[in-house]
Write a protein that binds this ligand. Sequence first.
Ligand code: PDD
Length: 287
Amino acid sequence: MSVYSHVLTQDGIIPKESLLYPFEERGLQFGDGVYEVIRIYQGSFDLLEEHIDRLYRSADAIRLKVPFIKTELIAALQKLTATNDVRTDAKLYLQITRGSATREHSFPDVPSNFYAYIEPSNRPVSSLQHGVRAILADDIRWDLCYIKSLNLLPNILAKQTAKEKGAYEAILHKQDTVTEGSSSNVFMIKDDILYTHPATVNILHGCVRARVLELAQQAGLQVKETAFRVENLLQADEVFITSTTSEIMPIIEIDAKQVGNGKPGSITRILQRAYEKACGIHVTAFA
Ligand code: PDD
């Protein structure tokens, strides 16, 4: 399951071995860049435009130039899947940095560096079926979390703590308010109402989050984009997280405390099935 042979750069599609950066590179030295992770199901992109729109929003927010216009970029990414003959479930990773230049904090006058590569990636079927554990962790990030920035140190530290405690995800809270996961958005269900943090500067506006809100409304669920507290989360009937790679992932335990009856809830299941349909997935994980 290694990375497909060809990558897309600002200069076109090249073999991955040819992609080399000098050590003085803004992404490497400063984390000065933005990124996206995009799902591919059976060779086709899912939510491609949504991810690309967010990429431009993130780049604009840090005054970074994307070296493609939107239609060109979408065409180039489609060409990348064709060149690699991608037919499996996979994910595309894409990043843009402020370029290669002598190390100095202020912006250099050089072109951005862009690359995108594709890697096979299976759906986490067993976890989707049975649910996973989460821990709580302080949200120690900055004030502009809607930017999908390469600076992920707080997220990495939270995820590592989760892993060391045998959990799948760290659910972050700023003071008492639940924001999102270290690499996911967080939802809870209480008395048949679906809650998630509003799309403010304090969370990444997840592409899956937006789709789930739509699907929930279509399913007739009452939806509230309202911040909630840790104590509400711990008393929820159902909890799940969402992301490009985790889809709708049931949380069955938080800090060793059972969520609901300790099994993925019925509303979560309804949304998981609707999500599979929306992605065009033919083989359901929930037969
Ligand atoms: N992470 N919040 C954070 C902090 C994230 O890093 C992610 C995605 C999400 C969910 O966004 P989306 O639904 O658009 O995938 C929310 C990606 C998958 C990653 O960093 O690997």
